[in-house]
Design a protein around this ligand. Structure first.
Ligand SMILES: [Zn+2]
Ligand SMILES: [Zn+2]
Length: 551
């Protein structure tokens, strides 16, 4: 039988974020990335969503390593939760590993971590796999695609990428290596689909630099710029421009301070002499000497930018003359919170520039023409679009067929559906366990569909709690006491409360004599009496929580 390799997506195919793909040969497995996803409004109270690792953990003996393409949360953020279960070696470029180390330290996992640096064009072996990092450009420095040599052939995984010919650090994508691999024969290409809807090429980070330079040159007051703390090159632009215009920069946000320090120590960021100062010092300077570099580009409620917009920041009061630049993409789902922050900043008199009204940001993902180039360079036998919602994967599949790749060689699969490849054949293998594991505080996976449904009901309709005490025979000796949250304000509705109490008492009095006391049945009786009353009066459906105490 011909040797085969299976590509098994555990996350990132069917959603933005949560990126993780297993490469399996015989019983040996590596994972490409191990990312998280931030929850949306449908997951109240959830901190993170992580992939379901159960398949890989069940094959722990052959699970060799995790190889990281770059340091974004949606590629490294779930690692602490995986490493807690399995102490695996983790490969990544130095910047990626430094960001991983910071996360592992927070989880008390750093001391036992096995972090192994990798560099472009320096192949290494993990079990039966030969892995070669290939440089790509992205919205974080030091991003890699991977060429994974397997018994069936070479699998190329692009990671997240754009093709930036003028990146700030001069480290251009390794077109030549992708082309050489294409010459030698690529069995399968897994390529980033995030921006497949955008025609043309994605613009260079250098162009944003020019645009920001123009804004700085014109600014007569304070400049406040919000971006992702991981966007080292964007941060470098700001530091350089501050130096040029004799401004001082204050860093706001824990991740911003941490990433600037990490990136500077590793040489990814050049800190101009004396430009970064403490916030207290910077706000004491004339406005035209101040730059505030902040997190909070997504309008996160407790971020520095949101506090400034709310007029609640301890040191920074927004005033007319301030220029606020939100130099980031608004992640889908955050439009409203970002909009609220922008409105508030305008009300305080600031001028606000953001993606919709000014050129202050470029994407880190490849557009259609870049994606075509990647397909043409690598000329894969099989193609699997990765990193995107279904519409993005579909768009990318169509793009590939438009270039002449036969439809039967394009695999439009989502999380949990694997593709098994030999040198000459490919087939879909569905049914791998996947799912979104929810992390809430220190609990992992203990919040399931029922808990989430309750949270939604609580959020929409509130809670009514009824407690009473009964004796052994089931006669009420105290209560019912009624409390509510998020339903009606009880203090102002004493009369209503009394009526509800009477409805409960009446329902319980209806219990036929001779029927033995049963706490659960009584609870159900209380619940239905309260529901009936509330439905009649309010046409609402709060969660009703009866508590019956036997004394
Ligand atoms: Zn990324
Ligand atoms: Zn990503």
């Amino acid at each position: 039988m011909n040797p085969s390799v299976r590509l098994i997506p555990l996350g990132g195919l069917g959603e933005i974020g949560l990126n993780m793909m297993l490469v399996e040969s015989g019983d040996e497995i590596i994972a490409v990335d191990c990312g998280l996803m931030f929850p949306d409004d449908e997951l109240p109270g959830i901190d993170y969503v992580i992939p379901d690792f159960s398949y890989a953990l069940a094959k722990r003996a052959g699970f060799r390593a995790v190889v990281l393409t770059h340091g974004h949360e949606d590629h490294i953020g779930a690692l602490p939760y995986l490493l807690r279960e399995a102490a695996l070696p983790v490969y990544g470029t130095p910047l990626t590993l430094a960001l991983v180390a910071a996360r592992l330290r927070e989880h008390n996992l750093l001391a036992n971590a096995d972090l192994r640096p990798m560099r472009p064009r320096q192949p290494f072996r993990v079990g039966p796999f030969g892995i070669e990092p290939i440089r790509v450009t992205h919205s974080i420095a030091d991003g890699m695609g991977l060429a994974i040599g397997t018994a069936a052939g070479t699998v190329v995984h692009t990671g997240d990428f754009k093709l930036d010919e003028k990146p700030l650090d001069g480290e251009t994508p390794d077109y030549r290596r992708f082309a050489e691999l294409g010459e030698q024969g690529v069995l399968a290409l897994c390529s980033d689909s995030t921006n497949v809807d955008r025609p043309g090429h994605t613009r260079s980070e250098t162009e944003v630099g020019h645009a920001l330079a123009g804004r700085f040159a014109e600014a007569s007051g304070r400049v406040i710029l919000a971006t992702f703390a991981s966007h080292i090159h964007r941060i470098q632009h700001v530091l350089n421009l501050a130096e040029k215009h004799a401004r001082k920069v204050a860093l706001l946000g824990r991740s911003m301070e941490r990433n600037v320090q990490v990136a500077a120590e590793l040489g990814y960021l050049r800190l101009p002499d004396g430009v970064i100062r403490e916030l207290e010092d910077v706000v004491g300077l004339p406005p035209e000497r101040q730059v505030i570099l902040s997190t909070g580009s997504q309008g996160e409620p407790n971020s520095a930018l949101a506090l400034m917009a709310a007029g609640e920041h301890k040191y920074v009061q927004i005033a007319p003359g301030d220029l606020v630049i939100i130099s980031a993409r608004v992640i889908p789902g955050n439009e409203r919170t970002v909009g609220r922050v922008i409105n508030a900043l305008y009300r305080l008199g600031a001028e606000v520039l953001y993606d919709d009204n000014a050129f202050v940001h470029v994407s880190g993902h490849a557009s259609q023409e870049d994606l075509k180039l990647m397909l043409n360079l690598t000329r894969p036998r099989y193609f699997i679009p990765v990193h995107g919602e279904y519409r993005h994967l579909l768009g990318h599949a169509r793009l590939a067929t438009s270039l002449g790749l036969p439809l039967e060689r394009v695999f439009l699969v989502e999380d949990g559906t694997g593709v098994e490849l030999t040198a000459e054949t490919a087939r879909v293998v569905p049914g791998y366990p996947t799912g979104r594991v929810l992390v809430d505080g220190s609990g992992i996976g203990d919040v399931g569909a029922v808990v989430l449904r309750d949270r939604q009901l609580l959020a929409e309709n509130g809670l009514v709690a009824v407690s009473l005490a009964v004796d052994r025979q089931g006669t009420v000796v105290a209560g019912p006491e009624i409390a509510s949250r998020g339903f009606v304000h009880m203090k102002e509705n004493e009369a209503l409360l009394e009526e509800l109490r009477m409805a409960v008492v009446k329902a319980l009095a209806d219990r036929p004599p001779g029927v033995p006391f049963d706490r659960e049945a009584m609870g159900a009786q209380v619940r239905s009496a309260v529901r009936q009353f509330i439905t009649q009066r309010f046409q609402r459906k709060p969660i009703v929580l009866p508590t019956i105490l036997e004394v």
